[in-house]
Design a binder for this molecule. Structure first.
Ligand code: SF4
Length: 507
């Protein structure tokens, strides 16, 4: 989605196989929007790429299946067989779109895939990816995870140069920059174009005979490279947003694509170049807090390890006498295990999550207050009744969902409810691919911790300190992280002024 950004506040003969097919499952998006309640954070994507596999489409499908948590509204797979480039995308879950029949329409030994969360108001199917563009450099398909921040000028000058945009997606700007680059070779044109855009991007691209993978110079979003051993020929090279995809593909983790690196895979093997250097790394710490799966290794560190440490540090920083530690599932579970072990208090699954919410028909009763949360979560009364409960969650956004959960636990008979959050207060929006509300809607940007406690009706409330979070995520590679949603200090010069104004009236 194109947004308005301002600087300086913070500091080829084709055949029918090339058809751009689209598959729709319209009820899914509508259902998800109805029950979301607007108080959860979403990331916009997961990407995968496969080079050198006889059934590349099916491998991409498996990779996307493992990355489904990164976006559930649309998905797409493009394949190439040296001559043709096919592309199919649709609304819904990966398994709903890519049936056996659909996968058979995607021939070739190379594939890229994408699964997406679409932001409110955009044209979801139009902006589903991969995006395929027929350019002066030939056919290019692109799939992108992240968000670019200096788009307005780039788009306007491209349009003046004759570019015709099919979508409002920022990914297409990269392809148009490639198409309009004066560089003589395709790889030079890609490097040249990536160096011109600012923001967060982990990208996979494909032509008829090559795969490219790149990360932005600050390394906001993760992207890893793996290998499937083939005893009878060259290995299959794979890329994925998270390493959990490699497990399903039976691929070995090789390494992370580096910030500012462009990797190219051809029949001759893997080559790489740094298209940008000298930028401080600012990987998204929220990947460790919430987005990534605990069985993934992100930015050189296991997510499970980081979340366990967050829970342990939270227990040390804000201990409170209690009978049980209860996670808000699913993302609060690992931190709650760490908290419970550190505090010596029993861990109990006192809330059960319904994993099928949003995939079924929503009854008219949805208008009833709290129905959205009750659809998703249900208390286990016999674990909560008469107990002093420590609830562990990973964020408070507007505060409305947290209040409903606190009320639900109290309604199930809990004597006391103490809420602990495994990261600092979210005080500023994200411009790098996480769909956060603007500052005026973030409760922690407009209220003190005590005011938030009263609003959510908890007996006590505490957040993990920034130092505690950074120490929890600090692995052997000593990553440097973006923490802008907790500090307001943005690593890029471009931010959306409208989005960082605080509320003028209390929310
Ligand atoms: S602002 Fe927050 S969510 Fe966005 S990239 Fe930085 S740490 Fe991640």
């Amino acid at each position: 989605m194109i947004r308005r950004f301002y600087q300086g506040v913070a500091g080829v003969a084709d055949t029918a196989l090339d058809a751009d097919l689209r598959v729709t499952s319209p009820s899914v998006l509508q259902s998800l929007q109805l029950i979301a309640g607007g108080d959860e954070l979403h990331e916009e994507c997961g990407v995968v790429a496969i080079h050198g596999h006889p059934d590349a489409a099916r491998q991409a499908y498996l990779g996307l299946y493992a990355l489904q948590h990164r976006g559930q509204e649309s998905a797409g797979i493009a394949t190439a067989n040296g001559l043709h480039l096919a592309n199919i995308k649709g609304m819904g879950l990966v398994s709903e779109i890519f049936t056996d029949d659909v996968l058979q329409k995607l021939p070739g030994s190379m594939a890229i895939g994408h699964t997406r969360y679409s932001t409110t108001g955009d044209s979801a199917l139009l902006n589903a990816q991969p995006i395929r563009v027929d350019s002066t450099k030939g056919l290019i398909a692109i799939a992108h995870n992240g968000n670019l921040v200096n788009l307005g000028n780039a788009r306007r000058s491209l349009e003046r140069a004759g570019a015709y945009f099919q979508t409002t997606s920022d990914s297409e700007i990269i392809v148009q920059l490639i198409a309009h680059s004066r560089a003589s070779s395709l790889v030079d044109a890609i490097a040249d174009s990536l160096a011109q855009v600012e923001g967060a991007f982990s990208i996979v691209m494909m032509t008829r005979d090559r795969i490219f993978a790149a990360r932005d110079p600050r390394g906001f979003r993760p992207l890893s490279m793996g290998r499937i051993r083939n005893p009878d020929g060259p290995d299959t090279v794979v890329f994925a947003s998270e390493t959990c995809a490699f497990d399903l593909l039976r691929a070995e983790f090789v390494r992370d694509v580096l910030p500012g690196e462009l990797v190219m895979v051809t029949e001759d093997g893997v080559t790489s170049r740094q298209y940008a250097t000298g930028f401080p790394q600012s990987s998204c710490i929220f990947e460790h807090v919430y987005f990534a799966r605990p069985d993934s290794r992100i930015f050189g560190r296991w997510v499970q390890e980081s979340r366990d440490q967050m829970g342990r540090r939270l227990a040390r920083e804000s201990a409170v006498p209690a009978d049980v530690v209860v996670p808000v599932p699913d993302s609060g579970v690992t931190a709650a295990l760490g908290y419970a072990e550190q505090a010596g208090i029993p861990f109990r699954m006192g809330l059960i999550r319904n994993h099928y919410v949003g995939r079924t028909f929503i009854e008219p009763e949805q208008r009833v207050r709290d129905f959205g949360v009750r659809l998703k979560l249900n208390p286990v009364r016999n674990l909560l009744e008469g107990k002093r409960v420590i609830l562990i969650d990973d964020s408070i956004i507007r505060g409305t969902t947290s209040r409903k959960i606190v009320r639900m636990v109290r309604g199930a008979g809990a004597k006391e409810v103490h809420l602990r959050i495994s990261c600092p207060p979210t005080i500023s929006p994200c411009f790098y691919g996480v769909d956060t509300p603007s500052k005026r809607d973030l409760i922690a940007a407009n209220k003190s911790v005590e005011e938030i406690r009263r609003f959510i009706e908890a007996d006590s409330l505490a957040y993990l300190s920034l130092e505690g979070l950074l120490n929890s995520c600090d692995g052997q590679e000593h990553n440097s992280y973006c923490t802008a949603c907790y500090t307001g200090n943005y690593p890029t010069q471009w931010v959306d002024v409208d989005e960082i104004l605080p509320a003028t009236v209390s929310i």
